[in-house]
Design a protein around this ligand. Structure first.
Ligand code: FAS
Ligand code: PHB
Length: 389
C-alpha cells in the first residue's frame, strides 16, 4: 500500500492531522494500535484553546463543539477559603471552551469515516524504516498478517509510549524530563458542576481541581501519592477529601454522586529534541508531555499539527521544504513556553513532600501576587487561553 503521509497513532494528534491533510487534498493512512472504542474510553483533556478550535473549524468538524462546548471567560483560583477570579476574556478578549477530548476525538473519528479515511485498528509491531532517506516506509501487522505502507512522510502521533520517538537514534535525541512526586486522582460523575467556572485549589492537604464536561457531567481531581490506586478510594472518600481541599462556600454547594470513571494520572514534564528525523515528524505526546495543571497537553498537540500541516502543504503545493525543515524549531518554540507555564502553575498549586516552611510561604506569596497584580493576571490569562501559534 502507498500513501503520502503515514500517521502512526489514532488519538487527537493523528486524527486531526489526517482530517486536515484530507481537507487540503493530501492523502494519509492512520495506524492505530487499539480499537476506536478503546481510544474513546480514555478520559483526558477538557479545555480547548482558540488555536485548536480554529483547526477544528478548518477541518470542517466544529459544529458539535460549537453547539455543546461551554464558553469559559475565566477560572477561579483558591487557597484556603480565599478565592479570586482570573478574567481570561477581560485580559485577552478570548475565552476557552470546555469540551472533552473524548468528544473531540469522537468528532474526528466520525469525520474520517465520513470521508472514507483509511484507519487501520489493532495494528501491531509497527516499524519505521528509512525515515532518513527519500523513500520511508512503515511495516506493521494486523491479525498476524504483515503489511507494508510506503509513503513520502511519517507523522509519529503515537503518544508518550509509542514507537516513533524511539525510532530516532538515541545519539540524535536530547530528552528533558521532570517527574513530579505525586499524581492526580480524577473522577467523572453525572452531577451538576460545583461552579460554572473551574476552581483550581491550593490547600494544605494538596491540590484539587473542580472541572466539568457539561451541566450534568462533572470532572474533579485531587492530588494523590504516586503509589496510590483508585481502588483505595471509595466515592465517599473522594468527596470527603475534595470538600476538605476547596473553599467552604464551594464545599457547601458540592453535588456528589456515584463516579462513572475513576483513574490516576502521573504528572511529568517531558520534551524530546529534535521533533524531526529526516522524513519522520513527532507530534503531540510522542514528543512532549506537560502536567495537566495548565490544560496544555492536547492544546500543544494541536499547535504541532498546525506547524506540520503547513509544512506539508508548502512541500506539496509549492515544492518548498522550508516548512518541514523548520517544523521542529517552530513547534519547540511554542512547546517550551507551554512547558514553562504548566511547570510554574503546578509548582504554585501543589504540595511537594520536600517543601520547607519557606517554600510554602513563597507559594502563598505567588498566589497573593497573582490575586493582587493586574499584570500577573494578564500573563496568566494569556498563557491559559493559549499563546499565539
Ligand atoms: P495520545 O496518547 O492521545 O494518542 C496516541 C495514540 O497512539 C493512542 O491512541 C495510542 O493507542 C496510539 N499508539 C501508541 N503506540 C502505538 C503504536 N506503536 N502503533 C500504533 N498506535 C499507537 N491534557 C490536557 O490538556 N488536560 C488534561 O486534563 C489531560 N489529562 C490527561 C490524563 C492522562 C491519563 C493522560 C495520559 C494525558 C492527559 N492529558 C491531558 C494529555 C492528553 O490530553 C494528551 O495531550 C493528548 O491525548 C495528546 O494526544 P496525542 O498526541 O494524540 O496522544
Ligand atoms: C479537565 O477538565 O479534565 C481539566 C481541566 C483543566 C485542567 C486539567 C484538566 O487544567
Amino acid at each position: 500500500m502507498r500513501t503520502q503521509v503515514a500517521i502512526i497513532g489514532g488519538g487527537p494528534s493523528g486524527l486531526l492531522l489526517s482530517q486536515l491533510l484530507h481537507v487540503h487534498g493530501i492523502d494519509s493512512v492512520v495506524l492505530e494500535r487499539k480499537t476506536r472504542d478503546y481510544v474513546l474510553s480514555r478520559i483526558r483533556a477538557g479545555v480547548l484553546e482558540v488555536g485548536l478550535r480554529t483547526l477544528m473549524e478548518e477541518a470542517g468538524i466544529s459544529d458539535r463543539m460549537n453547539r455543546e462546548g461551554i464558553r469559559h471567560d475565566g477560572a477561579m483560583m483558591s487557597h484556603g477559603d480565599e478565592m479570586f477570579r482570573i478574567d481570561f476574556a477581560g485580559h485577552t478578549g478570548t475565552p476557552v471552551i470546555v469540551y472533552g477530548q473524548t468528544e473531540l476525538t469522537r468528532d474526528l473519528y466520525d469525520a474520517r469515516e465520513a470521508a472514507d479515511g483509511m484507519i487501520e485498528f489493532n495494528v501491531e509491531d509497527v516499524g519505521i524504516h528509512d525515515a532518513d532517506r527519500d523513500a520511508p516506509y512503515v511495516t506493521y501487522a494486523v491479525s498476524g498478517q504483515s503489511r507494508r505502507l510506503d509513503c513520502d512522510f511519517v507523522a509519529g502521533c503515537d503518544g508518550f509510549h509509542g514507537v516513533s520517538r524511539r525510532s530516532i537514534p538515541e545519539a540524535a535525541r536530547r530528552e528533558y524530563e521532570k517527574v513530579y512526586p505525586f499524581g492526580w486522582l480524577g473522577i467523572l460523575s453525572e452531577t451538576a458542576p460545583v461552579n460554572h467556572e473551574l476552581i483550581y485549589s491550593n490547600s494544605p492537604r494538596g491540590f484539587a481541581l473542580c472541572s466539568m464536561r457539561n451541566e450534568n457531567l462533572s470532572r474533579y481531581y485531587v492530588q494523590c501519592r504516586l503509589d496510590d490506586h483508585p481502588d483505595n478510594w471509595s466515592d465517599q472518600d473522594f468527596w470527603d477529601e475534595l470538600r476538605r481541599r476547596i473553599p467552604q462556600s464551594a464545599a457547601d454547594d458540592l453535588v456528589t454522586g456515584p463516579s462513572i470513571e475513576k483513574s490516576i494520572a502521573p504528572l511529568r514534564s517531558f520534551v524530546t529534541e529534535p521533533m524531526r528525523w529526516g522524513r519522520l515528524f513527532l507530534c503531540g505526546d510522542a514528543a512532549h508531555i506537560v502536567p495537566p495543571t495548565g490544560a496544555k497537553g492536547l492544546n500543544t498537540a494541536a499547535s504541532d499539527v498546525h506547524y506540520l500541516l503547513n509544512g506539508l502543504r508548502q512541500y506539496y503545493e509549492e515544492q518548498d521544504s522550508e516548512g518541514i525543515e523548520r517544523y521542529s524549531e517552530r513547534a519547540l518554540a511554542r512547546i517550551w513556553k507551554a512547558e514553562r507555564f504548566s511547570w510554574n502553575f503546578t509548582a504554585m498549586m501543589h504540595r511537594f513532600p520536600d517543601q520547607t516552611p519557606f517554600d510554602l510561604k513563597m507559594q502563598i506569596a505567588e498566589l497573593e501576587f497573582l490575586r493582587s497584580n493586574e499584570a500577573a493576571q494578564k500573563a496568566m490569562a494569556e498563557n491559559y487561553v493559549g499563546l499565539p501559534y
